[in-house]
Design a protein around this ligand. Structure first.
Ligand SMILES: Cc1cc2nc3c(=O)[nH]c(=O)nc-3n(C[C@H](O)[C@H](O)[C@H](O)COP(=O)(O)O)c2cc1C
Length: 193
């Protein structure tokens, strides 16, 4: 199977982030043909359309857009902030979606996993994110859905996953994502407006 490069976006900047731990676990559990890499989003300045309109985009935006273009697929690992997507991740999505007609997202197969210490596993963030992905023409894997709750009890301090059942689920999730990437890889992308 041809190798596919997958960009991983973590919606938390916290040092001890459960979502970053989860991203690393998912990278380790992925099928061999998926090459996953965390793309850092914490250094992106807030999106300001004036800078694009005036032809002087932030250098960090340009580098980020070029970087995302080089990937074949997208994996979003996010906490829920106030029942929605954390600002840092939304900003990265907005930066990648512009200038108008030049979105870097369109057509790249994606998946979303939300992780929270709470009981409902970041369901609100997961689905708010999916709403943006529909508009951005990112085919987002529907099944299995992944709302991971109780995150404070899932990891050892070094980030190792301690729950075998969750590990099995995550392995299946990554296998399904691999199949999803394969299935959607030939779909031509359309830039969202
Ligand atoms: C501003 C803010 C809002 C939050 N809102 C929610 C929420 O709506 N739902 C939820 O389950 N947890 C919420 N939390 C708790 C986060 O799930 C928790 O801090 C989690 O550890 C963040 O993910 P991380 O460990 O990857 O940083 C919120 C945390 C912050 C800082």
């Amino acid at each position: 199977m041809a190798q596919k490069k997958i960009a991983v976006f973590v919606g938390s900047l916290r040092k001890g982030s459960f979502n970053r731990m989860m991203a690393k676990v998912l990278i380790a559990l992925a099928p061999a043909f998926l090459k996953l890499e965390i793309v850092e989003i914490g250094g992106l300045p807030f999106y300001d359309q004036d800078l694009d309109d005036e032809g002087r985009p932030a250098a960090e935006w340009t580098a980020f857009r070029e970087q995302v273009r080089s990937f074949d697929g997208l994996l979003f690992v996010t906490p829920e902030y106030n029942r929605s997507v954390p600002g840092v991740l939304k900003n990265a999505i907005d930066v990648g979606s512009r200038p108008y007609g030049q979105s870097v997202w369109g057509g790249k197969p994606g998946a979303v996993i939300s992780v929270s210490p709470g009981a409902i596993g970041g369901f609100g963030a997961n689905h708010h994110l999916r709403q943006s992905l529909v508009f951005l023409d990112v085919p987002a894997m529907q099944q299995p859905e992944a709302y991971i709750g109780g995150a404070a009890k899932l990891f050892a301090p070094d980030g190792t996953l301690v729950n075998g059942e969750t590990r099995e689920f995550l392995k299946k999730f990554m296998e399904a994502f691999g199949a999803w990437v394969e299935l959607n890889s030939t779909k031509p992308g359309k830039a969202a407006s």
